[in-house]
Design a protein around this ligand. Sequence first.
Ligand code: RIB
Length: 346
Amino acid sequence: MNPTASIREVAAAARVSVGTVSNVLNRPAVVSPATRDRVLAAIEELGFVRNESARQLRSGTARTIGLVVLDVGNPFFTDVARGVEDSATEAGHVVILCNSDESSARESRYLDLLTEQRAHAVLITPVGDSLDPVRRLQRRGVSVVLLDHPTASKDVCSVSVDDVIGGDLATTHLLAGGHEELVMVTGPESIRQCADRLAGARRALERAGRPAEKLRTIEVPALNVASGQRAAEQLLAGPTLPDGVFCANDLLALGLLQVLMRAGVRVPEDVALVGYDDIDFAAAAAVPLTSVRQPRYLIGRTAADLVIAETLAPKQHTHQHTVFTPELVVRDSSHPRRNGAAVTPR
Ligand code: RIB
């Protein structure tokens, strides 16, 4: 393949005009079979690759959607991406998946790349709270929808889940099961999802008439399995274990579960555990994980539908904010506590 071969070289090799080559590529029915075969042979011989972005630009049918997620290693985002891709494919669009890895610098580089690739739409879970990157894209004529990121802004659509409700559900469930001494393993409050889940947990304590001190927090640098393992080691190093742990996502909970079980701690008998997202691995865990379910596929599908609608009628489009309500899925990891005894690590 010779991606640098030009359409002019193909035309010369097939002894036809550039327009005839373009017709063979875009409207083959208007070209005679003999001429079409001669052009296709020249394309094959030269290894010509059409410049789809340039074609889309000329025809005004740019069909690329950028999807920028925080952590492509987190099944939450791959489930969201599935919803995006199904919607985009049905509408004749292609998706370019970008992983910001929670880095503003990487996010910025990807947004520049998507602009160069003439993406006409971008779905993004921003690394921070600033909408400046979104504004820059919009000024370049790119339609944007915020994914898993609520906003009150009137000039951009968003699709998210009410994470305050989610944190409240998880904590209320632990309290209702007799788990009094609680720990929340969460990321920095600069990550909006973590801040809202923690706020929900504190709201649940307050409503139950419990002092805020009943909820300790362990802050981790990243919401992944390794951070959950470190958090478990921190708990095991303490004087007593908490009655219950609420993790800001399932990856943290799965890492924590693994280390606690290896240390001989029984879940839920000694420590009840609740995660967040309800990824497929939650139900398949060694102790099936209670988790706050986010409608991952629907989040992605809804966001893609919104941004495609905007690209089709930008002037008529009215920005909207879709906020889904999470639900608690109760499994073995959070059975009600049998008695109030504190547990010291073995
Ligand atoms: O990216 C961290 C978390 O935020 C994910 O696990 C998911 O819960 C998202 O909302």
